[in-house]
Design a protein around this ligand. Sequence first.
Ligand code: MSP
Length: 649
Amino acid sequence: MKYYITTPIYYPSGKWHIGHCYTTIICDAIARFHRMKGEDVFFTTGTDEHGQKVEKEAAKRGVTPLAFITPLVDEIKEMWSLLDVSYDRFIRTTDPAHAECVQKIYQKLYDSGDIYKSEYEGYYCVPCESMWTEAQLVNGKCPDCGRAVERRKEESYFFRLSKYAPKILKHYGDNPEFLQPKSRVNEMVNNFLKEGLQDLSVSRTNVKWGVPLPFDERHTAYVWVDALINYLSVLGYLSADDSLFKKYWSANLHLMGKEIVRFHAIIWPAILMALGLPLPERNYGHGWLLIGGEKLSKSKETGSEELTDPYELVKRYGADAVRYFLLREIPFGSDGEYTNERFLLRVNADLANDFGNLVSRTEAMILQNFGCVPQRGKEEAVDKELIALANGTFAKVESAMEKLNAPDALSAIFALVSRANKYIDETTPWALAKDPAKKDRLGAVLYNLAEVVRMTAILLKPFLTKAPALVLKSLSQDENAGFEALQFGGLKGGEKVEKLEPLFPRIDVKKEMQAVAEFVRANRKKSEPKKTEKKQETMKKELITIDEFDKVEIRVGEVVACEKVAKSEKLLHETVRIGGEVRSVVSGIGKFYTPEEMVGKKVVVVTNLKPAKLCGVLSEGMILCAEDGEGNLSLVSPEKLMESGGSVR
Ligand code: MSP
C-alpha cells in the first residue's frame, strides 16, 4: 500500500523556531509509522522561495534572490537533519523542474478557459503574500497576521475559483475525511464557501521573482499557486518521467498549520478539479504552539524568556527530547502553550524518569544476575496482565495514529512503561535476587521486563529516532525491526545485553530553567541590533549616480544670528552667511543647541532646496547634521578652517 504524505513547503526566512518544527515532526512520525507497517511511503517537504518578500530582502542586501535564499534553504535542511526528519524528497520552488510544471499547469488551465485575463483590485499583505477583499480585512489590517495591507490594482490573470465552490462543498459533504478536524470544515464553510467564492487572481506583474507565465511573460505565477503545485511537481507530474506521480498521487495526507488550511482546502482542490485530478484523501489543519497565548512567530518579538531556537534545543537536550515534546505535549488539533518549564518537565518525567529508568533498571538487574537475557519463565497473574497490556498496546497506537493523534499514541506507549515500572515495584526483583531459591522467578520477571523494554523501543521508533535504536542494540536486536516484531515472546533467552549509558540524563528543572532564561537573555542582547544599526538598516536607500548626487548644492556657511522659532521647542531660526549671500534657514536642532551656541558656528548647508515655510518662517536651505540611533543630532562642520561659501562635495 502506498502512502503519500506532505508538509507545507517552508518560507526560508531564517529565524527558525520550535513552532516551525511542529508540522514536520508530526509528518515524520506519521511517515515512519506507515513505513514500519510495511507501506510504501513517500514523504515530501521543501521550500517556498518566490515572491515579493524574498525579492525585497535580496534587493536590500544587494544580492540576487537565489543567492539570498540558498543559505537559508541549507539552514532548514540542516535543521531537519538534526531532528532526523526522514523526508524522501526535498523540493525547492526554484528547481527548474518545478517551474516547468507550474508553467505547464498554467498553460493547461489557460487552454481550458479556467484561467482568463482581467484586472484585480484589493488589499495585499506582503508578509503573508495574500490578497484580501475590503470585507475580509479586520480593522483595515490583514486578517491573518494583523499587519498593514497595501491597496493594489493591476492587470492579472484569474482562476475561475467561483465555479468550483459548489463542487468543493459537495466534496466536503461526501468525504468527511477530506478536511479535519471538523472545526476547520465549519471555518471554511462559514467564512468562505457559504457566500460563494470570488475568482482568484493568480498572476502578478509587480513581482519579478516568480515563475513567468508561459502565455504572458510579463506576469509571474501567484506564489501560493506556485507553492501548492509542489505537491504535484515533486512527483514529476507533466514531466517526461511521471512514474512517481502515477505511483503516489493522490496525496494521502497534506498536514499543515490551521492558518493555511484555506489554501489547501479551497484553492488546491479547485485547481485539482480543474486539472481533472483526484483530490487528496485528507487535509489536516493542526493548532499552533503559543507563547503567552500568541502564535509563536518569527516576526513577532515576544520578549519572553522561552528558548525557542530548535538548533539550541537539540544541542542541549537532543533530537529525541525535542521530538517527544512536540509529539506528546500539544493536544492534537488544538493550540498548545510552549514554555521552558513544560518542555523540561515533560522530558524529565516521561523520558528520563519513566522510560530511561525502566531501561536502566531492567538492564542493570539482568547484567548483575544473569549476564544475558534470561529464559522466559512460568507466568503468574501479574505477569499475564503486563503481557496482555504489551500485546494490546500496538492496536491502541495504531488507532490513535489513524487519527494522526501522536499524543494519544504516545500516551498508550507510556501507559505500558508506567505499568512496567509498577510491575518492578510489585515483583520486587531486588528481593528475589537475594534468595537463590527464587532465581527462576527472578529470571521470569526480568525476561518479562526485557521483553517490554524491547517492545516499547519498537513502538517508540516512529516518534524517537535515537534512544529506541540504542535500546534495541543493547539487547542485541535488529534496530530496523518493524511492527511485525511486536508479539510478546519475540526476545530470545540468552541474548547478549550491553550496558547502556543513561539515555536521558535527569534534569534539575529549576536550575536548568534559570540557565535557559540567562542564555535567552544574553543571546537576545547579542542578536539585537544596536539602535544605530537598526536605523542604518532602514536608512538604506536606492543607489544614485554621481550625476544625481551632483544635483545637490552643498556649501559652507557661518551662522551670524539665531533665535528660537515661536511656539516650537525643536526649531531654531538661523541667519546664515554663505559667501557674499545671507540666507534665512530653519532647522530642527532646538533640543540640542541653544541660539547662543549657534552664533559663529561654521555649518554645512544644502543651498539648492526649494524654499519652504516652517511654522511660518522662511527656510532657504538645510543645515546638515549627523544623527545617532537615539535621535540625537550633531552639527556637521568642516574639520579644518574653511571660508564660508566654500563648496562641499
Ligand atoms: N510557505 C507556506 C506553505 C506553502 S505550502 C503549499 C507557509 N510556510 S511557513 O514557513 O510559514 O509555515 C510552515 C509550517 O509551519 C506551516 O504548517 C505552519 O502552520 C507551521 N508553523 C509556523 N509557526 C507555527 C507555530 N507557532 N505553531 C505550529 N505550527 C506553526 O505557510
